[in-house]
Ligand binder design. Structure first.
Ligand SMILES: Cc1ncc(C[n+]2csc(CCOP(=O)(O)OP(=O)(O)O)c2C)c(N)n1
Length: 376
C-alpha cells in the first residue's frame, strides 16, 4: 500500500473541546482609575477613617521633608522620598491587621512608619548603620528591599506558607512601575495566582524608574492589565486619592483573606521629588508636568473634601500640622546623635552558616581594625 493510500482514510478532526480556564472579563481593570474624593462615594466613606488618613498624610509629608533634609546635613546616606505618593504609603499601612505582613521596597519607609515602626529605626538601613534596623517579625514588616521586586516572591512565599498552616494572614507587597519589568514580578504573580495565595500587590506607578518613563517600560494598556495574564483581578486606582486607595486595597485584602486569591492593584501617582537625593530630575522631565501633579496632591485633595463637608476645620488642620512637627523635631534630634557601631556587625546575620569567603573577609577587617588600634 502506498503512503498516499495509507493516509487515504484520514479526515482532519476539530481539536478536543477548549475553553478559557477562567472568564477574563471580571479580571480586567476598569477603563478609568477608581476615585472616591469629589464623587458620591465620598459621602459613604467613614469620616473617622478619612480624618485618620489625613493626619497620617500630613505626618508622612513632614517625615519625607525631614528625612530629605537629613541627607543634606550628612546625617542620612540616601533617602528615596515618597512625597506625592503618601496616599499609597499610608493606605497600604492602615489597611492591614496587626497579624498581616507588609513587604516594602526602599521607597516605602513611610508605609513602615505609618504601620507603627519607630521613625528612626525605619532609617537605620538608609543611614548605612546596620542590616534592616528593626525586627521584621516583631512589626510584621519585611526588610526594605533594594533589589527590585525581590520582595514580591518573599511575600508570596510567606502568604502561601501561612495559608498552608491555617494562619489567617494576608501579605501586602509594594513595588514600583519599573519593578514590574523584573523576572521576580512575573514569578511572584504567577505563583500567587496558581497557589491562590492571600497576597495583594500594590504597584505604585509614579511615572518613572529613575529617568526611565513608563512609556519606555511597558507597552501594556496599563500595568493593572498584566494581572489578567496570570489569572488574577487587576484594579486601577487614583493613587493620590487616599480614600480610593484605601477602599480598593481593603477590598483586595478582604478577598485574599476569604480565600479568593491575589489581586494586582495599580495606583496612578507621581514621584514629585527626584529619585533620591543623588538624582537630578530636571535632566529628564519638565516643571509643567511636576506642577500639574502638585495640584493633584493627596493632602490637598483630602483636605478639600474634609473641609467642604465640615469634617475638618482650621483647628483640626493645625493639630495635624503640630503633631507632624513634634514627630519631625524628635526625628531630627535623635538622628543627630552619633550611634556607637561595631563594623564587625557587617558579617553578623548574613548567613546562618558563614561562607568561607565571608570568614576570610571578616578576619581581614578584624586585622585592619587591630592594626589601626581600633577595638571593635
Ligand atoms: C535588580 C535591580 N536592578 C536595578 C536596580 C537599580 N535601581 C534602583 S531603583 C531603580 C528604579 C526603580 O524604579 P521603580 O520600580 O519604578 O520604583 P521607584 O524608584 O520609582 O519607586 C533601579 C533601576 C536595583 N535596585 N535592583
Amino acid at each position: 500500500m502506498t503512503v498516499m493510500e495509507q493516509r487515504g482514510g484520514y479526515r482532519p478532526s476539530p481539536p478536543p473541546a477548549w475553553q478559557p480556564r477562567t472568564d477574563p472579563a471580571p479580571l480586567l481593570p476598569d477603563a478609568e482609575p477608581y476615585r472616591v474624593l469629589g464623587t458620591e462615594a465620598a459621602g459613604k466613606a467613614d469620616p473617622g477613617l478619612l480624618r485618620r488618613l489625613y493626619a497620617e498624610l500630613v505626618r508622612g509629608r513632614r517625615y519625607n521633608a525631614q528625612a530629605t533634609a537629613l541627607t543634606k546635613q550628612g546625617r542620612l546616606a540616601v533617602y528615596p522620598s515618597s512625597t506625592g505618593q503618601e496616599a499609597c504609603e499610608v493606605a497600604a499601612a492602615l489597611v492591614l491587621e496587626d497579624r498581616d505582613w507588609l513587604f516594602p521596597s526602599y521607597r516605602d519607609t513611610l508605609a513602615a512608619v505609618a504601620r507603627g515602626l519607630d521613625p528612626v529605626e525605619a532609617l537605620t538601613l538608609l543611614r548605612g548603620d546596620w542590616h534592616t534596623g528593626y525586627d521584621p517579625h516583631e512589626h510584621r514588616i519585611a526588610p526594605l528591599c533594594t533589589p527590585l521586586a525581590t520582595q514580591l516572591p518573599h511575600a508570596v512565599g510567606l502568604a502561601h506558607a501561612a495559608r498552608l498552616k491555617g494562619d489567617d494572614v494576608v501579605a501586602l507587597a509594594l513595588v514600583g512601575d519599573g519593578g514590574t519589568s523584573e523576572g521576580d514580578f512575573h514569578e511572584a504573580l504567577n505563583f500567587a495566582a496558581v497557589w491562590q495565595a492571600p497576597v495583594v500587590f500594590l504597584v505604585q506607578n509614579n511615572g518613572f524608574a529613575i529617568s526611565v518613563p513608563l512609556a519606555k517600560q511597558t507597552a501594556a494598556p496599563s500595568l493593572a492589565h498584566k494581572a489578567v495574564g496570570y489569572g488574577m483581578p487587576g484594579r486601577l486606582v487614583d493613587g493620590n486619592d487616599a480614600a480610593a486607595v484605601h477602599q480598593v486595597l481593603a477590598d483586595a485584602v478582604r478577598h485574599a483573606r476569604a480565600g479568593g486569591g491575589p489581586t494586582l492593584v495599580e495606583a496612578i501617582t507621581y514621584r514629585v521629588e527626584a529619585h533620591t537625593n543623588a538624582d537630578d530630575a530636571t535632566r529628564y522631565r519638565g516643571d509643567a508636568e511636576v506642577d500639574a501633579w502638585r495640584d493633584h496632591d493627596p493632602i490637598k485633595l483630602l483636605e478639600h473634601e474634609l473641609t467642604t463637608r465640615g469634617l475638618l476645620d482650621d483647628a483640626g488642620i493645625q493639630a495635624a500640622r503640630d503633631a507632624a512637627e513634634t514627630m519631625a523635631a524628635d526625628l531630627r534630634e535623635r538622628m543627630n546623635q552619633d550611634p556607637v557601631l561595631d563594623p564587625m556587625d557587617l558579617f553578623a546575620h548574613v548567613y546562618a552558616e558563614p561562607t568561607p569567603q565571608l570568614l576570610e573577609q571578616r578576619a581581614q577587617l578584624q586585622a585592619e581594625l587591630e592594626a589601626e588600634g581600633e577595638t571593635p
